[in-house]
Design a binder for this molecule. Structure first.
Ligand SMILES: *[C@@H]1O[C@H](CO)[C@@H](O)[C@H](O)[C@H]1NC(C)=O
Ligand SMILES: *[C@@H]1O[C@H](CO)[C@@H](O)[C@H](O)[C@H]1NC(C)=O
Ligand SMILES: *[C@@H]1O[C@H](CO)[C@@H](O)[C@H](O)[C@H]1NC(C)=O
Ligand SMILES: *[C@@H]1O[C@H](CO)[C@@H](O)[C@H](O)[C@H]1NC(C)=O
Ligand SMILES: *[C@@H]1O[C@H](CO)[C@@H](O)[C@H](O)[C@H]1NC(C)=O
Ligand SMILES: *[C@@H]1O[C@H](CO)[C@@H](O)[C@H](O)[C@H]1NC(C)=O
Length: 343
């Protein structure tokens, strides 16, 4: 027993001290940072970081969108530091796998991008939650719900004339969805649905920079102002108000699956169970907490984040135990995202 405990504690120390220092954070011209050049994870030390001066900088969020957009379309995934491993997993399993180079991760705090940039993902800092009067600051802290930053980011892109595919970071692509959803050329809003929660799931949608698309997101952002529901409720409410004036395509729930459909109803607990050859995306929702989402991805072989060579090192002979405490900030930011995590 004492030997086992020792191994566990060594593993735990390893995870605390070296989890991030493993990465050499070097920036090159493909990397992007907005108004922030000093990314550093709290465990990093000067020795761990290799930095070159020729990284890409942008004067504004929209400059970055313009730079990375292809066919006038930008694939946006917004996240904060608590979800950085999930964002990296989306990049590795989906954007990189399918060569989706018009992606842009959008971090809502100054620590978010470092890890992603070190993997050649595109990432930009949209706002700094800890500074109350920075240019992109979204409403007052007491009313600011992290999930509700998404519609604001989307609206900024639409106003600049770009179509947006918004992807929650707890999603995985089994096929590249772009060829399928680009096909609905006469629609303004093409979206995953959630029959258990009203109508629309606001974690995966393509919205066009048409007048109806702009009207929808202007309305959503207005509705969010000063309130603290999850963004999904606003998206559904706004669509309901707009009625027939916006052309919506609801995506097939069999091809664009919710977590409850894929994992639970589909009896998919472990890697290889009931492969879904038709599925285009899987949304790892309908499970509460970040840790549970990661655990579920790991069990089903959908987790590609290999911090410390955990999966790939051929010589290590231990199982690492990470104490599953959720350190995610919630009401600290006036943010009540408990429901949002569930969705
Ligand atoms: C980090 O960079 C240093 C200097 O370039 C190199 O010696 C070291 O092997 C690198 N570490 C990793 C983990 O890539
Ligand atoms: C963002 O906030 C952090 C923490 O307060 C601070 O260290 C950093 O300088 C800020 N970044 C910018 C660009 O204002
Ligand atoms: C851009 O549009 C062209 C022509 O429709 C298409 O072949 C190509 O795959 C599109 N690129 C992306 C990244 O969607
Ligand atoms: C796009 O639509 C056309 C016409 O309906 C269809 O023939 C084609 O198979 C569709 N492509 C995809 C990728 O769904
Ligand atoms: C949010 O509400 C405040 C106070 O009522 C108002 O001044 C501001 O213009 C609103 N912003 C948006 C985007 O509706
Ligand atoms: C968050 O939700 C809880 C439970 O619904 C509620 O008691 C609390 O006041 C909410 N906090 C904020 C900041 O909205």
């Amino acid at each position: 027993m004492s030997i086992l405990l020792l191994l566990i504690s060594v593993g735990y120390l390893y995870s605390n001290v070296n989890e991030y220092s493993h990465f050499n954070i070097s920036f090159n011209k493909h990397f992007s940072i907005y108004h922030q050049t000093n990314f550093r994870h709290k465990e990093d030390t000067d020795e761990d970081i290799t930095r070159t001066a020729d990284y890409k900088t942008f004067d504004s969020f929209i400059d970055a969108v313009q730079y990375y957009a292809v066919n006038n379309t930008i694939v946006v995934a917004s996240f904060d530091i608590t979800y950085v491993s999930m964002a990296l997993n989306l990049f590795l399993t989906s954007f990189r796998k399918f060569n989706i180079n018009n992606h842009l991760f959008v971090a809502s705090d100054h620590l978010g991008c470092a890890e992603l940039l070190s993997h050649d993902a595109h990432c930009i800092q949209y706002m700094n939650l800890s500074i109350s009067k920075s240019p992109s600051y979204f409403y007052e802290p007491d009313y600011n719900i992290k999930a509700c930053i998404k519609p604001k980011i989307v609206l900024d892109c639409l106003k600049a004339g770009f179509d947006v595919l918004l992807v929650d970071v707890d999603i995985i692509f089994l096929k590249n969805p772009l060829p399928f959803i680009s096909n609905y050329s006469d629609c303004d809003f093409i979206t995953q649905i959630d029959p258990y929660f009203g109508d629309i799931n606001s974690g995966f949608y393509l919205v066009k920079a048409s007048s109806s698309g702009l009207e929808l997101f202007t309305k959503i952002v207005e509705m969010i102002n000063g309130t603290s529901k999850g963004d999904q409720e606003y998206v559904n409410d706004a669509l309901h108000e707009l009625g027939e004036s916006i052309k919506i395509q609801r995506l097939s729930p069999e091809l664009y699956q919710l977590g409850s459909v894929f994992f639970t109803e589909g009896n998919r607990a472990f890697a290889g169970d009931n492969p879904c050859t038709d599925c285009i995306i899987v949304h790892n929702n309908y499970i509460v907490s970040l840790e549970a989402k990661i655990y579920r991805f790991k069990e089903y072989g959908m987790w590609s984040v290999d911090i410390g060579d955990y999966y790939s090192d051929k010589t290590r002979k231990y199982i690492k135990y990470g104490n599953p405490i959720d350190f995610g900030a919630r009401e600290e930011f006036g943010c009540n995202n408990t429901m949002e995590e569930f969705l």
